[in-house]
Design a protein around this ligand. Structure first.
Ligand SMILES: [Zn+2]
Length: 425
């Protein structure tokens, strides 16, 4: 079978949050698309498997992007001089309106998916727009790409333009159910995820409907939380009976009490909010690029990691400017150093090991057994060729990984990508 084989190369994955496991010239076993482990020598039971020798290249798990907006990719790298709320109204919403046209959506999404395939990402949790046909067009593209993704039709009925608020309101619940049922029927590797945009975009009536849909379908959920100080103040005015921002989701069963839930950002989460995330097993998507670009702040990530919260990384395109999770790892480390130096010296900076863990196992856990080369994990991996980062120094394997994270233009170093045991390039 073509999804049963052995890869040979320099294997690196995370042993745990603080340690890498490095196997020089090791063997990585794939049986029926599932990883059977990484070894220094080929175990007897696998000796008949075909072997592909990647020689001195690095083999790492595929990276997991827990938060990004496909519909915003068209303008990535522009519009970075404003804060969150004007950024949404002046840039994001006018662009999202265009996805009423399926032709426009198909063009925009084909560029996005092409570039996502070239990036280090093998799995992602993606926001589309409110439009059902355009969201299905994105899911069609993703299904054909070989990546594994969750995609959300973005639910919202206030605060945006008249046009965006009003789509489908006559029969919004039917629209949502139609989209969910169609997705569940049509795709193997592309899953619907319930996606209230954020509390300011959703009336209590809409949240009540989403609660009923969640109780019926028990989907995973994704949204935004405690990103910006103006936003948090606004939520307290819109939802005066909620004790804190996350409690406004919790009231509608949209905060991890029914199924796994991702909350992006969590920069200013209160102790009560943190405790509820811990209790409900909420996944935090840490998005350092967008938190810098729209001037939101720095999330105290090592505090969350110490408490034992689930934390993965998000590029948050296009608040974030790049699809490269290598760059996101670097930015996560860099902003944590500034936080420690300038804000709070009790919150230690995160390490390379921490950042690599978040980009692999941390986010991978949202998908199940994903993000490491353990027996029973999905066989997702990247083959990295770093000879273009030339140096006369003899670097060890950790240093080579560190340089790829800090210095590479990621699509140049990725020679091959495997998802679920299938080589997608
Ligand atoms: Zn976002």
């Amino acid at each position: 079978m073509n999804d049963t084989f052995i890869l040979k190369g320099n294997i690196i994955d995370s042993k745990d949050l603080n340690q890498l496991r490095i196997i020089p010239n090791g063997y990585l076993i794939c049986k029926n698309g599932i990883c059977k482990g990484a070894f220094e020598k080929i175990p007897k039971e696998y000796q008949d498997f075909d072997l592909i020798d990647y020689q001195d290249k690095l083999i790492i798990p595929g990276l997991v992007d827990l938060h990004l907006h496909a519909s915003q990719y068209a303008y990535h790298g522009t519009g970075m001089d404003v804060e969150l709320i004007p950024w949404l109204t002046q840039i994001a919403f006018p662009e999202e309106e265009k996805f009423e046209s399926v032709d426009y959506a198909k063009c925009a999404y084909s560029i996005f998916v092409r570039d996502l395939v070239k990036s280090p990402t093998t799995r992602a949790c993606i926001f589309a727009t409110k439009h059902t046909p355009a969201t299905l067009a994105l899911m069609d593209e993703l299904e054909n790409s070989g990546l594994v993704t969750y995609v959300g039709k973005v639910e919202m009925d206030r605060f945006a333009s008249e046009k965006l608020n009003s789509i489908g309101t006559v029969n919004e619940v039917n629209q949502i159910k139609l989209w969910i049922n169609e997705s569940l029927k049509r795709y193997q590797n592309t899953y619907p995820i319930l996606t209230p945009r954020f509390i300011p975009s959703c009336t209590q009536e809409l949240l009540e409907e989403l609660k009923n849909i969640e109780l019926e379908y028990k989907l995973k959920v994704q949204s935004h939380l405690s990103e910006n100080l103006d936003e948090i103040k606004w939520v307290s005015e819109l939802e005066p009976t909620s004790k804190f921002y996350g409690d406004a989701y919790e009231k509608y069963h949209l905060f991890g009490s029914i199924n796994k839930t991702i909350m992006a950002h969590c920069i200013y989460s209160s102790i009560d909010e943190i405790n509820l995330m811990k209790k409900n097993g909420v996944f935090i998507a840490h998005c350092p690029a967008s938190n810098m670009n729209v001037k939101s702040g720095i999330a105290p990530i090592s505090k969350y990691l110490k408490i034992g919260l689930h934390v993965g990384l998000g590029t948050d395109v296009s608040g974030g400017e790049t699809l490269s999770l290598f760059t996101t790892m670097k930015q996560a480390i860099q902003v944590s150093k500034l936080y420690w130096r300038l804000v709070d010296q009790t919150i230690s900076p995160i390490t390379l090991e921490n950042a690599f863990f978040m980009g692999t196992r941390g986010g991978g856990e949202f998908f199940g057994n994903v993000g490491a080369f353990q027996d029973g994990y999905a066989f997702d991996c990247l083959i990295l060729e770093d000879s273009e980062l030339e140096t006369i120094i003899n670097l060890d394997l950790r240093e080579r990984l560190e340089r790829i994270i800090y210095c590479s233009n990621s699509s140049d170093v990725i020679e091959h990508k495997y998802v679920q045991g299938k080589k997608i390039f």
